[in-house]
Design a protein. Structure first.
Lengths: 225, 225
DNA sequence: AATATATTTTAGCCTTGACTAAATTATGGT
DNA sequence: ACCATAATTTAGTCAAGGCTAAAATATATT
């Protein structure tokens, strides 16, 4: 039985609130790969602790106490991911599981020392913003999916929507990493894939699916929508 | 209920085997601050897994598989302690509890990367030797308790017998840390305390208890027994 | 050798988080 | 409004690791 902690649930609820607005039991089942009854059980526990408000059959919402714990856990998770990549030289597709364990270690002081040691990073290895010690995590950037970029745009990869191992390894195989600057070439209408031009002038065609998962910054206005 | 893992039990058995030769149920109760029935329970679990040999009412011994796990856990624990002190700047009396949690995170690869990142340290912040990746931990040093040093000896603190918070903080208050070189002055017979001379020439008298817990290297032979 | 004391084990129960199966409540199509 | 389907909750279990109280075994003293 691989057990999912209260913090993991709070983190998942936070993410689903951001992504979808409302949090169904089902959405937690999917995000945490568990069973409906387990979710209901845990929601009772969390509601009991005052971390969520839960009305039967209606869904769940974080209280401010719950949100604080969720953000703090997310902060720890992302700081440890930075540690694993920057200091221990793991690749960005290998760090999630260990960070999942490390996030449960230590208190605020340890987290703050880790933060200082890492130089107060603002983003984790997948480009996700790291909440500050006081729960701020408004991401000042204005990223768009690469699928929205238009022909002629210069774009720089700043994040990914899907940070699962499979997708990250797909990017690795394409030699795509955070910071890479590309130019949008031809857009092939029928399947919405695009030709991208590498810094060395070579070209590659990426599928719509891949483009939707790449969060980029537009470096010029040529193709602004 | 703060739960003690199978690895914690194996580590404790290893340490007691070293210190006392044989491992009684009672010795585990004391080392792990738990209850006799919990120990018996866990010994069944460990024997079942093939990590110890346990005969009712007779005591327990690590198998080679058990010893391997114990050493690997000890290695992780001590490497994380080095990380916490060297990189996150915790004091040596504050790291034990977090290392206790961190040692359960990660696999051999993570441990080896951590080891490399830390520069393959041979000793932890308390002077205890760190087992190598292949389970070697024969401590080449020849340390003696400071209580055995004689008048005129130059001694250097290289380890502690008791690495509990209270004792370490006691040393902190005396401004005693690993590496400090002292000279043994007068030995006060009736309670076996000794006067020690600091590098700056000042003197301080330490109790027998404190001296027994300080593991030192003799830097000359003046007082060799 | 017999009894007193200390140690260890057994028996039975608790807690957390998980699971399956069955019952309940919502929702969508007609 | 009614029925089919989907989502959620309830009820009943399980596995780890912990606990207390009582029974069993060892050890020590006379």
């Amino acid at each position: 039985m691989q057990t999912i902690s209260r913090e993991d649930y709070l983190k998942a609820i936070l993410k689903i609130e951001e992504e979808a607005g409302s949090v169904s039991n089902q959405s937690l089942v999917e995000k945490l790969s568990t069973r409906p009854a387990s979710v209901t059980n845990m929601l009772h526990t969390l509601a009991n602790a005052g971390w969520v408000e839960h009305e039967a059959y209606k869904g769940v919402r974080l209280t401010s106490a719950g949100k604080e714990i969720a953000l703090s856990t997310l902060r720890k998770h992302r700081l440890w991911e930075v540690f694993l990549v920057e200091k221990l030289k793991f690749s960005w597709d290998a760090v999630h599981q260990w960070a999942e364990d490390l996030e449960h270690v230590g208190d605020e002081e340890l987290t703050n020392r880790l933060d200082a040691f890492l130089g107060h990073p603002a983003f984790d290895p997948h480009g996700d913003p790291i909440p500050t010690a006081h729960g701020n995590w408004t991401d000042g950037r204005n990223l768009i999916p690469a699928s929205n970029a238009l022909m002629g745009d210069r774009i720089q990869l700043k994040g990914v929507v899907d940070s699962g191992e499979a997708f990250l390894q797909h990017l690795d195989r394409l030699k795509i990493e955070l910071g890479l600057i590309l130019v949008v070439g031809k857009c092939l209408d029928f399947d919405e894939s695009k030709t991208l031009i590498w810094p060395d002038g070579s070209e590659e065609s990426l599928s719509k699916q891949t483009l939707q998962n790449m969060l980029v910054e537009q470096l010029n206005n040529k193709g602004k929508e």
